[in-house]
Design a protein. Sequence first.
Length: 406
Amino acid sequence: MSTTKSQELYRRAQQVIPKGVSGHYGYAVDAESPVFFESSGGSRFIDIDGNSYVDWMCAYGPMILGYNHPIVDEAAQRQMAAGNTVSLAGPVMVELAEHLVQMVSGVDWALFGKNGADSTGLAVMVARAATGRKYIVKVDGGYHGSAPWMQATGSPGTVAEDQALVCSVPWNDAAALQRAIDAHPDDVACFISSPYHHPVFADNVLPADGYWAAVEAMCRRAGVVLIVDDVRAGFRINLAGSHVAYGFQPDLVCFGKALGNGYPIAALTGTDALRDAATETFYTGTQFFNAAPMAAALATLQQLAEVDAAQRITETGERLSRGLVEAAAAHGYELRASGVPGMPYYRVLSDAGPAFHARWIAECVKRGAYLLSYHNAFVSTAHSDADLERTWEISDRAFQALSDSA
Ligand SMILES: Cc1ncc(COP(=O)(O)O)c(C=O)c1O
């Protein structure tokens, strides 16, 4: 499988785009990888060298129903023909908010933006507006976007003051959260966390029994706004919100990624208690009112329910992981799958460490199964039995290649 054209275009890109491909897509680029796509459809994409891949990254989450989904695209195009970015909001904004509020458990309103960071950034502003408090508590290794408050201290382009009001506690450690709250009496505005822990470069970890119940009770007691960042996991665990799967009720729930099946849209949803704070918080963007992505999101949510997406994705993910673990075992390797089945994080255990796992991933990509070594994968409703079989076969050959070169 040659990636010559991708690599040539990447060299051209580096002349005019810092890093060639910026942001999170840039981390996936190495000297052999595909970099640019030619086309996509369903569960697959074709790179500009003509190689076809079963895509288990799903554009890092947005693709949940399949690329170029006809019903979603049709809804977006219909809205586009009627109008997209106009001096008034489209009625579809109201329909989408009504649909989300009805679908997501325990929320009463929705506000829309474009990216996940729009919704997490708004969430912490609403929490501060509601409480009049300063501090944000998050989880070590938790990611909520590229805004300065979220970046690691010392990140180029940020100053220490950007993160000065952000405290970090270990995942699954309710006592540490209590200590963080106590360390800033009556000054912690919110606790923000994904529903389960999905860091990069590390096994993903589900909530321990009783963790979320303890966190919810603690936040209620201390008047701390509980924010669930469902930007990544949203709709892949439970269509009513991942908090339903883990049996608790947050005050604010952030969505992005899969909400529009690839169309740019994110949402913050919240409870009535925070409606006034959400009303008074200044939050806007030139493109926030694009009507076509809202129509796409509405169609996406309808389709997700129609095909029982979270259940289907979970089953497909369970089968994917089972087959990959078996393929590894057949070659004498141990593959660990962590996190939820619809967003599995894989790691081939080896004395050689992460480099060995990265080699297996590279061998899979070379043969047409697109995965990343340091990030959870994503499963969609478009992934078929044929995709599973192709991926298992590829992984088998990838393990064989590792054994051959040992
Ligand atoms: C859990 C989580 N929150 C927030 C974000 C930020 O979303 P975006 O990149 O769309 O701003 C991401 C992106 O990966 C995410 O995974």
